[in-house]
Design a protein around this ligand. Structure first.
Ligand code: SF4
Ligand code: SF4
Length: 67
């Protein structure tokens, strides 16, 4: 099963990965990280297909894809 790991401390909550995901797997945490952003989280863990689109668009290289 594919999955991603998001670096919650580096994420700036820009939402590019949220919009890029074809399966709408990613949403935002309700909490703030230490720099004051709602970080991205893989909400629908079972729907990730490992396509890597989220990884490709993240400007801060916060996402790792496993498949
Ligand atoms: S790898 Fe693809 S399916 Fe999985 S969270 Fe990223 S964009 Fe969505
Ligand atoms: S694209 Fe990167 S910085 Fe932007 S919300 Fe997603 S993980 Fe965070």
């Amino acid at each position: 099963m594919a999955t991603i790991k998001i670096n919650s401390d580096k994420c700036k909550g820009c939402s590019l990965c949220v919009n890029a995901c074809p399966k709408q797997c990613i949403s935002f945490s309700k909490q703030f990280n230490k720099t004051g952003y709602h970080w991205a989280v893989l909400e629908k863990e079972n729907d990730c297909i490992g396509c890597g689109f989220c990884y490709q668009v993240c400007p801060d290289v916060c996402i790792e894809v496993y498949r």
